[in-house]
Each structure stands twice: as structure tokens, then as C-alpha cells.
Design a protein around this ligand. Sequence first.
Ligand SMILES: NC(=O)c1ccc[n+]([C@@H]2O[C@H](COP(=O)([O-])OP(=O)(O)OC[C@H]3O[C@@H](n4cnc5c(N)ncnc54)[C@H](O)[C@@H]3O)[C@@H](O)[C@H]2O)c1
Length: 256
Amino acid sequence: MPKTPDYFVGKTIFITGAASGIGRETARIFAREGAAVACTDVDADGARAVADEISAAGGDALGLECDVTDADHVRDAVAATLDAFGSLNFQFNSAGSAMRRCPFLEIDEDLWDRTFDQREARLHLHACGAAAPAGPRQRGVIVNVASMSVKRGGPGASVHYAAAKGAVTTMTMGVAREYANRGIRCLSISPGPIDTAFAAAANTPSELVQQFKNDVPMKRFGEPEEIGELVLFMCSDACEYMTADTVYVNGGGGWR
Ligand SMILES: NC(=O)c1ccc[n+]([C@@H]2O[C@H](COP(=O)([O-])OP(=O)(O)OC[C@H]3O[C@@H](n4cnc5c(N)ncnc54)[C@H](O)[C@@H]3O)[C@@H](O)[C@H]2O)c1
């Protein structure tokens, strides 16, 4: 929560992957706090549905199609956000997927490239790059989603994904330190298993989903709003000395 009441009123957040899961809940939480929300996703209908829901409840929201692997899409969506709301204070990069799970020796070049270049590392690069030019002119916070797998390595199913998320935490650190004196903070969150469409989107076998859960000391999946509330704190004036690092949210750990 912010130190200052109504801290988020009149400010704008740009969210990638806002049509589902963690991005969607974060959009709802920032709308609850009075922020204007640009809901963007490769799933344009899904993004618009979330924006419509927020607008119907009296909030300010814009639903935009944005494939974050395409730098032009990101640039256009950021421009549309600035046109609509006049400012961009926060960016939450939630878009992503585990693509396909498999043991290390079954990772082929195509899967590696699509995971590493297209989906995880590069998409955050495009998204951060589009927001960063606003940096010198205004204060701001960028929050990226990494994964608990950056600490575990994704043995048996997700080495490619874990490696790409490792790039996200490293890039976050570099962006944060480059902009530390210019009023821009950049952080990442490394969730454990969260109850969203994510596992199904990667065709994760049900035994593996069960194994993820058994491995968590709290014996449950996290809820997407449990990540969204942390994004809110990170973007707030209660968190002004924190930058560059990743924060683990995982019910005590797990997955080996
Ligand atoms: N759910 C988990 O267990 C978990 C754990 C650790 C990290 N994560 C990370 O959290 C983030 C959010 O995942 P989630 O759990 O909300 O999953 P989700 O599947 O519910 O939502 C992901 C959203 O990203 C969108 N997306 C995918 N590729 C995109 C692209 N190229 N451009 C724009 N949008 C795109 C999807 O359309 C979807 O709406 C992801 O980066 C994921 O890697 C999830």
C-alpha cells in the first residue's frame, strides 16, 4: 500500500499480458486505487474485456492489442496510452508463457529461440525500451515478472524458460542501475506456482502441476492478486529505496 492516500489517483500504469492471470488482477488492483490502466495483450479481445470491466465500474482504462515481441506494437501502444491519459508512471511487464515443457535434451533450437529471444528476454527488452525514454522527464517504476525458476533452474521440464527468466532478472538489474539517478526504479518479481491459465497454456501435465503444489511448503498455489498487491507496493511511495532486485513470492519455496 502507498504511504500517501490516493497516491495512485491521476497516475497511469501500462500492463502487458493484462488479458489474463497476474496481469489482469494487477489491472483490477491499480484501478481500485484510482490509477488509469492501459490493459495490453496479444489477445486484443481479452485486453478490451478487462478494460471494459474497469470502465463499467467507473475507472479509467484502455484495452489495446500489443504483441510484446514486436517493438512497433509496443511503441504504438505506449503512444496510445500517452494520448489517452497524458502520462505513463508505471509499467508492469507480465506477458509471457512457458511455451512447452520438456527435459533438457529435448529442447530444440526452435523452442530455445522462441522462449529466449521471442517470449521472455526480448519482450521485456521491447517493453522496457519503449517506456524508458519517458524516464529522464518523469519519475517512474518498471516491474518485470521473472520466476522462482531463476533460482532453481527448471530441472526436468523448463531449463529454457528458467534461463530466459534469468535474463529478465539480469536485465532488470542493469536497467535499474542505469536509471537509478534519473528517478526510474526497475524491479522484478519471481513467483512460485500461481493459479492462472499459465500451466494449461504450456500443456503442463497434471502430475507435474500436482508435483509443483506438493513441493510448496504452504501446500497451495499462489493467487494472482498476491502478486498484484506486491506490484502496487513496489510502485508506491512506500518503496522508494528498492530497485534492481527480484522478490520471491512462493509460499516458502519449492520445485526442488
Ligand atoms: N502462473 C505461474 O505459475 C507463474 C509462475 C512464475 C512466473 N509466471 C510468469 O507470470 C507472467 C504472467 O503469467 P500468468 O500466470 O498470468 O499467465 P496467463 O497465461 O494467465 O497470462 C499471460 C498473458 O500473457 C499474454 N501473452 C503471452 N504472450 C504474449 C505476447 N507475445 N505479447 C503480449 N501478451 C502475451 C497471454 O495472452 C496472457 O493473457 C508470465 O511472464 C509468466 O512467465 C507465472
